[in-house]
Structures are given as C-alpha cells and as structure tokens.
Design a protein around this ligand. Structure first.
Ligand code: HEC
Ligand code: HEC
Length: 367
C-alpha cells in the first residue's frame, strides 16, 4: 500500500507526459527483438569512415594543396606538413580500437604502395577483386578467429579527390600508375565481432544491439575529430605553420574541429542511410545547436552529471522507429575551453578542462 502511494505521483506524471505527446512515445528500455543486422551495421560503420575520409581529402588535403598553402607528405611530423589520408585513417582507427569497443577497420589494396597493405588471405584478395568489379556492393563473409566469430566486410575505397590519383600514380613504390578520379583504389575492411557461443556458423542475419552500433559509429566520428584536432590543428598551430579559423574558406586556413565534424555529418546524411548525428549543447554558440525536444534536453542534463554512459531512448515517427544515443562531449583540450569562453556568441564563459560542453546525438533507424 505504502509503495503504491509512493508510486502514484510518478504514474500521474508519466501519464501526463504521454497524454501531451501522443505522437512521440519514448521509453528508455530496449525494445524486445530490436536489433541491427550485421550487414546494416557494417553499412553504418563504413558510411562514417568514408565521410570522414572524404572530408579530410577534399576540404583539407586537396584544398590546401591546390592553393599551395600546405603539402601532404609521408614524413609529416618532421616536415610540418599534413599526414596522408591513409595515415589519418590509421591513426583514427587505432584510437578507436584503443577504446576497446571490438570493431576494427583498415585499408587494403591489390596495388599497394606499402606491401603491408596487401590482402593477407585469398578471401580478402577475392573480396578486393569483387568490389573493384562491382563497387555497388560490399563483399562480406563470416569467419572464426581464435574462437571468436567475426562478420567481415570489404567496401570499395574510391579516388574521391584529385590528390589520391596524382600522389599514387607518381609514387615510386606504387605498382599501378594509371588511376583515374572515381576509380576503386583499394578497400576498407571492417571487422565486427559476433561472439563465441555459436555451434554453427552465424549468418549476416545476426542482430547487433542498437546501443553497440551507436557506440561504433560514435567512436569513429569522435576519433576522426580528435585526430584532426591533435595531429592537424594543434600541431600546426603550435609550430606556427597554419591556424584554424571559422572562415577557413576565405582565409585559406584549416577548418575548426567542430566544422570538420559538421562537414562529416552532412556527408553522412547525404548518403541516405537514415543515420544521423548532431552536436548540441545547453550553452550553444550557434542557437541552431540547442536541444530540439524534451528528450535531447533530458539527455544533455543527464550526461552532464553521468558523462561515462550515453543517454538512450527510442522514438517513433509515423511507422518508423529510431534508436537515439546522446554521448557527453567533453572539453578534452584547453583550446575547447579558451575558444568557447572567449567567443562573443557563447552564453557560458566559465568552462573548465574536462567539463561537459554538450552532447553528440546519434540517431539510428531500426527496421
Ligand atoms: C600525398 C600522397 C597520397 C595521397 C594524397 C593519398 N595517398 Fe593513399 N597512400 C599513400 C601512401 C604513401 C600509402 C602507404 C601508406 C603506408 O605506409 O601504409 C597509401 C596507402 C593507401 C592505401 C592502402 C594501400 C597502399 O597503397 O598501401 C589505399 C587504399 C589508398 N592509399 C588510397 C588512397 C585514396 C582513396 C586517397 C584519396 C582519398 C589517397 N590514397 C590519397 C599516398 C597517398
Ligand atoms: C577556435 C574555436 C573553437 C574551438 C577550439 C572549439 N570550438 Fe566548439 N564551437 C565553436 C563554434 C564557432 C561553434 C558553433 C558552430 C556552428 O556554427 O554550428 C562550436 C560548436 C560547438 C558545440 C555545439 C554547441 C554550440 O556551441 O553551438 C559543442 C558541443 C562544442 N563546440 C564543443 C567543443 C569541444 C568539446 C571542443 C574541443 C574538443 C571545441 N568545441 C573546440 C568554436 C570552437
């Protein structure tokens, strides 16, 4: 009786919220049997990797190379230049792997400059040939390694920028010298761990929990931004080579890390996978980045004091279901704090290092 009395106000509150939001029913519990197939999970992971790679190659490497502002070289640390797109991908992949999330990715090619990037087995070799011939479809298979099953997928890696073609064709160690823009130059190989407990081979019908897939895509996006901030912006600024500015296009400078992030998100959205990301905050410089609804507001408030775990929920729009995760966005470097506290449009001026500055909203459509 006492317990029921205690729960009454809560019940009333929940009913009221549901009554006032009839079209938007949310819950914080995973829905039964809801999951994302291995193939779709790999499509999402690949979509984010490719968008980051395109942003870096087109908006940084190509643009600064064409205006003769900054070169891209293998020995970028010593020469104060930009790292190669392949090196950018490797650093980002390593950072993502270090979080221990289990998903891995790497570059490979049938015509590698570095022999280490040649296919290690016949399956990968067959996959690379297949995606070069038929770039519309990834090549996928299931394999057991040290007792653990993995879903593996190879997606074509295309020459999305002028610089890809000109650098590879002129590289003394490149076995192929006639790449053209748009050509398949190699493949992005993605490994998704399926688990140990299978007495027969699992299939690509295997379902991943949506929170796991959200962790994968968030981890790649976050690693790309961190590599860009640390190895491009901070390094080149501290050596007086080039700075980052909001009006990077006119200024012929580097874009801000947040702009790298926003540009990547736009490319992902344009792919039409239904996958979406937003960077929002309770104290936004740009009012467009304010929370758009009660869920986002609650999420930002929650990750502000529980920054380790994302705040998750489900939403139904018409007949479509979406899973959403909001991850804390921390002030990981002094530059975050300095720039936001000093920005004329920032409503908050007392951010400190490692404060939660906002949140990254990941939206995954669930069929
Ligand atoms: C300035 C030179 C340069 C540019 C620009 C460049 N690459 Fe590379 N790329 C390299 C080098 C050097 C390696 C070998 C890196 C290593 O040691 O693993 C490489 C590695 C690769 C690999 C792995 C196989 C291999 O050749 O070792 C692929 C695939 C690849 N690049 C595709 C691309 C694509 C696609 C682009 C454009 C988005 C691009 N590259 C831009 C120089 C370049
Ligand atoms: C040199 C300035 C600068 C630096 C450094 C910077 N930001 Fe920002 N940040 C901005 C600007 C400008 C915007 C607004 C972008 C837009 O128009 O959407 C922004 C947007 C954001 C947003 C979305 C909410 C808002 O304020 O509009 C978050 C969250 C955020 N930044 C967090 C960070 C974090 C975390 C770091 C460090 C890893 C960082 N920022 C580094 C300038 C900066």
């Amino acid at each position: 009786m006492n317990r029921l009395m205690f729960k009454m106000p809560l019940l009333v509150a929940v009913t009221t919220i549901l009554l006032f939001h009839p079209s938007l029913v949310r819950s914080n519990h995973s829905e039964d049997h809801a999951g994302i197939s291995a193939r779709r999970a790999a499509d999402y992971v690949h979509g984010v990797i490719e968008a980051g790679r395109t942003t870096y190659s087109q908006a940084i490497v190509d643009r600064l190379g064409k205006s003769d502002s900054l070169r891209t070289t293998e020995n970028w640390k010593r020469e104060n230049t930009l790292p190669l797109p392949a090196q950018f991908l490797m650093m980002s992949s390593r950072m993502s792997n270090q979080r221990g999330i289990g998903m891995r990715y790497r570059l490979m090619s049938l015509w590698p400059i570095n022999p280490k990037n040649a296919p290690p087995s016949q399956t990968e070799q067959r996959g690379l040939k297949q995606v070069a011939k038929n770039p519309g479809q990834p090549f996928t298979w299931v394999v057991q390694k040290n007792g653990v099953w993995f879903y593996e997928a190879i997606y074509p890696d295309k020459a999305v920028a002028e610089s890809c073609v000109s650098c590879h064709n002129h590289h003394p160690k490149s076995p192929k010298t006639d790449f053209k823009i748009g050509d398949v130059m190699g493949g992005i190989v993605i490994d998704l761990p399926l688990g140990r407990r299978f007495n027969k081979k699992p299939s690509d019908k295997f379902l991943f929990p949506p929170e796991v897939v959200a962790d994968y895509v968030h981890s790649i996006l976050e690693s790309n931004r961190a590599v860009y901030a640390k190895h491009i912006v901070n390094r080149l600024e501290s050596r007086g080579v080039m700075s980052a500015s909001e009006h990077w296009e006119q200024d012929h400078t580097l874009m801000l890390p947040v702009q790298f992030f926003i540009n990547t998100c736009r490319l992902i959205r344009e792919k039409g996978l239904g996958l979406d990301f937003q960077l929002i905050s309770l104290w936004p410089i740009n009012m467009k980045n304010s929370p758009g609804n009660q869920f986002e507001r609650m999420g930002l408030e929650t990750v502000d004091y529980h920054p380790i775990r994302p705040y998750t929920g489900w939403v139904k729009v018409g007949h479509k279901r979406f899973f959403q995760s909001i991850y804390a966005d921390l002030a990981v470097s002094p530059a975050c704090v300095e720039c936001h506290n000093a920005h004329p449009k920032s409503p908050k001026r007392d951010f400190k290092l490692l404060d939660v500055m906002g949140g990254i909203v990941v939206t995954l459509p669930i069929p």
